[in-house]
Each structure stands twice: as C-alpha cells, then as structure tokens.
Design a protein around this ligand. Structure first.
Ligand code: NAD
Length: 308
C-alpha cells in the first residue's frame, strides 16, 4: 500500500514500513492543496506535529484509511472528521513520557536556582552571586495535576530529589502500585499546599483555562508553576497578572496557547518566566521511539484493512 510520511519521521521507522512491503513517500512542510496532491492514492498517513490533518484534507483524500501521529495527543488531527469518514486514527502515547518528565524536572530545577537568568547575566558580563540565591527542592511539596504517564514519571524524579508529592487526578485517585507514597487530594488543597505546581493533563473542554485567576489566588505567593502539558490549560492573561502582581513567584512554560509564540508575547518579557519553544518531546530517544511506535501502529492498522 502507499504511505505518506510527513514532518521528518525517523528513518528507521520509514525503513520498517518499506521492509514490510509498502511504498513510502517522505515529504515536509506540506499544507493543502499540495498535501492533497501528495495524498492521491495514499492509504496510510504518518505525521508528527506540523502537518494539519483537517476536515478539508480528509475530505480531499478519499483513499486514506489510516492516520498515525508520532507523538502524544492528536491536536493536529480532526479526529471527529476522520472517524466520520471511517479513517482509523492512532497516536503513540508512551513514546515521550520520559523526555517530558525530564524536561519538566529541568525546568523545575532551573526555576528554583535561576539557571537561565544567571547564565544570561554572566554572558552579558554580570557576575551575580547574591541576586540569584535559590531554594533547595528537597523537602518541598510538588503538586502534580494529572497523574497519568508523565505525571508519574515526574513524581518518581521528585522523590529521588527528596520532595514530597501531592497529586490530583479525577481518574487516578490513589496509588497506583509503586506510588503509595504519593498523597492524593482534592484540587484546591493541592493548589494551597504545593510549593511547585506541575501540570500533566490533556487539553480538553474541562482543562482549558483550568489554571486561572481563582487558582493562582489559592496558591502560595512564593510558589512556582511548571507547564509542559498544553498551553491552553493555563489562562495566560491570568498567569501574566499573577506574575506581575507577585501573587505567583515564577513560571516555566514549555507550551503556549498559540504556537509558535510571537516574539512580543508578554510572558517572554517577564524576568520570572522561563520560556521554552515546546521542547518536551525533542530528544533523539523520544523521536526514535515515537517513529518506531508509529510504524508498528500503522503496519498493524494496514494489516487489519487487508483482512476486512
Ligand atoms: P495520560 O493520558 O497518561 O495522563 C493524563 C492524566 O490527566 C490522566 O490520568 C487523566 O485522568 C488526567 N486528567 C484528565 N483531566 C484532568 C483534570 N481535569 N484534572 C486532573 N487530571 C486530569 O497523558 P500523559 O502521557 O501523561 O500526557 C499528559 C499531557 O502532556 C498530554 O496530554 C500532553 O498534553 C502533554 N505533553 C506535552 C509534551 C511536550 O512536548 N511538552 C509532550 C507530550 C505530552
């Protein structure tokens, strides 16, 4: 069958699909109408984040049967439109968890020790020792909202650093096995008690802007926020107001409501914000894992088509 691999899928993953006997065309940076031309006669589509699989694209690709996103989430695929056309949609939910947990911890430590600002000052010729007195994380309370794959990986790293962990997740309300040391609580208690808050929820109607003025007001004024989930989970205007007013000490954000964030985005100008350009899954390991998982998932789905 014909497969279109977009956005730079790992070469080993492409090879795996070719070795299984399928014809793979690799493309980058295509949007409709070029994407539609490339999709003629194609049954399987592999994407990362850049290619937008919209209802329009799906309507113009009648041969398409399977879409696989190499990564967590399906933000760039119109899943409802695909399902309405009988197109199978899959992602690779396990591939990025360790990389995102590691960047979350890097952001957390960088916030507490002013790593980015101190390095920027030193590069500009300023040797600032007293300005950047930090805080140890050992003994501090980490609040984890969303205790799924990434939340649990982050909790394990926090434990290794001697932190205490509070979790809130409406589905994972205790444990799971191996996490008996985590205290599960309601959301408001977590917000009130944590020294650092980290978010690991998907972006849904329930979670959109679920961190807003009310939530920031509940938090300790010297608390920090780390967001490596999705930009829309945090109300950026409310975050900006809390940081400016000093009711929240600092924030590290890997994700923005609108990406790429523009150079004049107000959060980028605050000294107590550590901004990153959505780097959570940007490791060789995560991309390779996502590519191989996506290839296996695609092959499995294509195999079910031939038996239908
Ligand atoms: P997961 O599905 O394993 O876990 C998400 C958890 O959130 C689930 O346990 C779910 O019950 C919980 N949840 C849902 N709604 C909630 C709510 N309203 N309040 C509290 N908890 C809620 O997903 P995961 O693999 O851990 O990924 C978490 C998120 O991380 C993804 O959805 C994605 O948005 C984000 N992510 C970011 C990057 C990045 O590059 N920064 C990369 C991968 C994933």
């Amino acid at each position: 069958m014909k497969v279109l691999a977009c956005d730079g899928i790992d070469p080993a993953a492409v090879k795996r699909i070719r070795d299984a006997g399928h014809e793979v065309t690799e493309v980058k940076g295509l949007a409709a109408p070029d994407l539609l031309t490339a999709l003629r006669g194609v049954q399987g589509l592999l994407v990362r984040s850049a290619t937008k699989v919209t209802a329009e694209v799906l309507a113009g690709a009648p041969d398409l049967k399977v879409v696989v996103r190499a990564g967590t989430g399906l933000d760039n695929v119109d899943v409802a439109a695909a399902e309405a056309r009988g197109v199978i949609v899959r992602n690779t939910p396990n591939a990025n968890s360790v990389s995102v947990a590691e960047i979350t911890f890097a952001m957390l430590l960088a916030l507490e020790r002013h790593i980015a600002s101190a390095a920027a000052d030193l590069r500009a010729g300023r040797w600032e020792k007293t300005k950047y007195q930090g805080r140890e994380v050992a003994g501090r309370m980490l609040g984890v909202i969303g205790f799924g794959r990434i939340g649990q990986e982050v909790a394990n790293r926090a434990r290794a650093f001697g932190m205490n962990v509070l979790a809130y997740d409406p589905v994972v309300t205790s444990g799971p096995a191996g996490f008996e040391w985590v205290r599960h609580t309601d959301r408001d208690t977590l917000l009130r008690e944590c020294d650092i808050l980290t978010l690991h929820v998907p972006l849904t109607d329930d979670t959109r802007h679920s961190l807003s003025a009310r939530e920031f007001a509940l938090m300790k004024p010297d608390a920090g926020l780390v967001n490596a989930s999705r930009g829309g989970v945090v109300d950026e205007a409310a975050l900006l107001a809390a940081l400016r007013a000093g009711t929240l000490r600092a924030a590290a954000v890997d994700v923005f409501e609108k990406e790429p964030a523009s150079a004049d985005h107000p959060l980028l100008s605050l000294p107590n914000v550590l901004p990153l350009p959505h780097l959570g899954a940007s490791t060789g390991e995560a991309q390779r894992r996502a590519g191989m998982d996506a290839a296996d998932t695609l092959l499995e789905a294509l195999a079910t088509l031939s038996t239908r």
